[in-house]
Design a protein around this ligand. Structure first.
Ligand code: GDP
Length: 201
């Protein structure tokens, strides 16, 4: 399958609340994470050119789960639970975070993490925790600075530089780009990174 084509083939595969419910740990996986409202569902939909794809993760009861999308037999994208649902109790939050950390740490086929941050408010606590945890377990991270259409060129590139510098100061395999689901900008660059990981590079 040609890399450019398999994103369009994305189809919902299954949901998992814990590692034991995930599909077999084979092939290649890339996971998507972000604070709620960072633009994760929109980014997944635009990257796969498939409008309704990631809506499953907004279905009540599914927000706490890892949602798997199959690209082909060997490749999957994984929508991780959005962080910041105020209504859940602290103990439930801890439980998810435990499951999330276990997934990120133990999943052999996981090649990289796409971390969404609103370009107007990057590097919040959750983002820094994800970066530090990923560096700790040796997982590469590619940051999408989302909703880039909300900023003019100057402030957008200032945000990019700010995040670039912050990433350089930390250990870990990190990269970053601007992205807009609304204007469909940054898709080719995101595809390139995804292809690199999904092709085993
Ligand atoms: P999620 O909670 O991270 O999955 O975020 P969503 O993808 O549901 O997006 C949250 C809100 O931001 C929605 O109202 C989207 O329409 C909006 N949004 C997402 N991406 C963009 C974008 O690229 N530009 C603009 N202007 N709004 C966006």
């Amino acid at each position: 399958m040609k890399p450019d084509n398999y994103f369009r083939q994305a189809a919902f595969l299954t949901s998992a609340a814990r590692l034991s419910q995930c599909p077999p740990d084979e092939g290649y996986e890339v996971a998507f994470a972000g604070r709620s409202n960072a633009g994760k569902s929109s980014a997944i939909n635009v990257i796969c050119d498939h409008r309704g794809l990631a809506k499953t993760s907004k279905t009540p009861g599914r927000t706490q789960l890892l949602n798997f999308f199959e690209l082909d037999e060997q490749r999957r994208l994984v929508d991780l639970p959005g962080y910041g649902y105020a209504k859940v109790s602290v103990s439930i939050k801890k439980d998810w975070q435990g499951n999330l950390a276990t997934y990120l740490d133990k999943r052999q086929c996981l090649r990289g993490l796409i971390l969404m941050m609103d370009c107007r408010h990057p590097l919040k606590d959750f983002d820094l925790q994800m970066l530090d945890w990923s560096a700790h377990i040796g997982l590469p991270v590619h940051v999408l600075l989302t909703k880039a259409d909300k900023l003019k060129k100057g402030p957008a590139s200032a945000s990019l530089q700010k995040v670039k510098s912050a990433l350089k100061e930390r250990d870990g395999e990190f990269s970053v780009q601007l992205f807009s689901s609304l204007k469909k900008t940054g898709i080719a660059e995101a595809h390139q990174k995804l292809n690199q990981w999904l092709e085993g590079g």
